[in-house]
Design a protein around this ligand. Structure first.
Ligand SMILES: Nc1ncnc2c1ncn2[C@@H]1O[C@H](COP(=O)(O)OP(=O)(O)OP(=O)(O)O)[C@@H](O)[C@H]1O
Ligand SMILES: [Mg+2]
Length: 389
């Protein structure tokens, strides 16, 4: 069928034609946003899930709802090799500048911009275009202690937003890349917002393995945040993800063909888009048949192997490749750390650093004590398909 009309959208963060099976998550986010902006309490949220499950898409959805509800929103992606302060600075500057344009918030926002000058110099952030006429406010947000200073910045922003009957929502993607102290600072800042009853919320998304917190940050994190699990879609939602976009184009699909797609994709959103995309392109017309899916599967796997899987594989060193291949040789995960060590004929302890480094790269995570699994769904199949060992 005409590729130009293809409704499916495989790709990182691309909005799906049908956001299937996420009504509860989106609904809960909407309620929380609506409550906080009218001065009621609600928990901030961290969406946790494997690669390609739709976390970024959900954060974008939250962003839209937030803007509709009167928030100013900022979207940042936690960088693998950069500091949080560098990423968050422009986001804070943007919200304060917007607020300073609103009569009711002008005074508080200008105070916030002064505090931001202090913050920038405390964390050695190079100011692209220096705020003209804004002098720093010594003693505010400039101690160099991130927990304290970020809290003071959030407070300044929250007060300015409140003065204008607005809110601020900060969206942080790839939150697993934050350093422990950075995540702790965000959490402590959110705590401060809830204590002061200020309209600031954080929504984040990341891999299940996020930094281990301790002390105050840990106890706040448990109370102030919820962690919706973003997983594969159930059968009904997975069916919707394919059927609805097709129906909108007046295209039918055989029910066996849908079943085949479900079976091949495991209901993972990214794979559903990929299979839907190829199924559309290979089919002659409506209805899409089961044979079409067989050809689509070949194409989808070829493309995933060259792209989605390959780019991740290429981040690994040879020793790390050896480790993940040992995992895949055991079949489906999760895998016992000890079993992987046996395959490699090494002591589990001696493999600790290697494992840790693969975890830091976001390729594997520990679903429970003594166990590991891939963060990329079907990565084990990829390794076995391209068996190099
Ligand atoms: N609920 C859904 N229904 C159908 N397709 C979806 C859904 N959510 C996401 N998708 C599709 O899945 C793909 C991956 O989405 P997204 O990039 O948001 O995942 P992610 O969890 O952020 O992945 P990563 O961890 O790699 O960043 C996109 O092509 C998107 O269109
Ligand atoms: Mg993402």
């Amino acid at each position: 069928m005409d590729p130009v009309a293809n409704p499916f959208s495989p790709g990182a963060g691309s909005r799906p034609p049908e956001l299937a099976g996420r009504e509860d998550v989106v609904g809960a986010a909407e309620i929380a946003l609506k409550r906080v902006i009218i001065g009621k309490s609600a928990q901030s949220q961290i969406f946790l899930g494997l690669r390609g499950t739709g976390k970024t898409v959900l954060l974008n959805e939250v962003l839209e709802i937030a803007e509709r509800e009167g928030y100013i929103a900022a979207f940042i992606e936690a960088p693998e090799n950069k500091s949080l302060t560098e990423m968050i600075y422009p986001a804070m500057r943007q919200v304060l500048r917007k607020l300073s344009g609103l009569e009711k918030a002008k005074y508080m926002a200008t105070k916030g911009l002064k505090a931001l000058r202090g913050f920038a110099s405390a964390f050695k952030i190079s100011l692209g275009d220096i705020e003209i006429g804004v002098e720093p406010d010594p003693g505010v947000a400039d101690s160099g202690n991130l927990e304290v200073d970020l809290g003071e910045m959030f407070e300044a922003i929250g007060r300015a937003a409140k003065a204008a009957d607005k809110g601020w929502v900060l969206l942080i993607d790839e939150v697993q890349y934050l350093e422990t102290n950075e995540l702790a600072a965000v959490i402590v800042a959110v705590h401060r917002m809830s204590q002061r009853n200020l309209p600031v919320m954080v929504f984040a998304g990341g891999l299940p393995q996020i930094a281990k917190l301790s002390g105050d940050a840990k106890s706040y994190a448990e109370r102030l945040f919820v962690y919706p699990k973003i997983g594969a879609l159930d059968e009904i939602a997975a069916r919707d993800a394919i059927l609805k976009p097709l129906a909108a184009e007046n295209v039918q699909i055989e029910s066996q063909a849908i079943e085949r797609i479900n079976e091949k994709t495991g209901g993972y959103p990214f794979f559903l888009q990929e299979w839907g995309h190829h199924a559309w392109n290979v089919a002659d017309g409506s209805p899409i048949e089961t044979d079409d899916i067989d050809l689509a599967t070949k194409r989808a796997l070829a493309r995933l192997d060259e792209g989605f899987f390959r780019v991740r594989f290429d981040k690994l060193t040879n020793a790390e490749v050896e480790y993940v291949e040992a995992m895949a040789s055991l079949g489906k995960g999760p895998y016992k750390v000890n079993d992987v060590a046996k395959v490699l004929q090494k002591q589990p302890k001696s493999l600790g650093p290697r494992r840790a480094s693969i975890i830091t790269k976001g390729m594997i995570y520990s679903p429970s004590y003594g166990e590991i699994d891939f963060t990329v769904p079907l990565f084990d199949d990829f390794l076995r398909r391209n068996k190099l060992w």
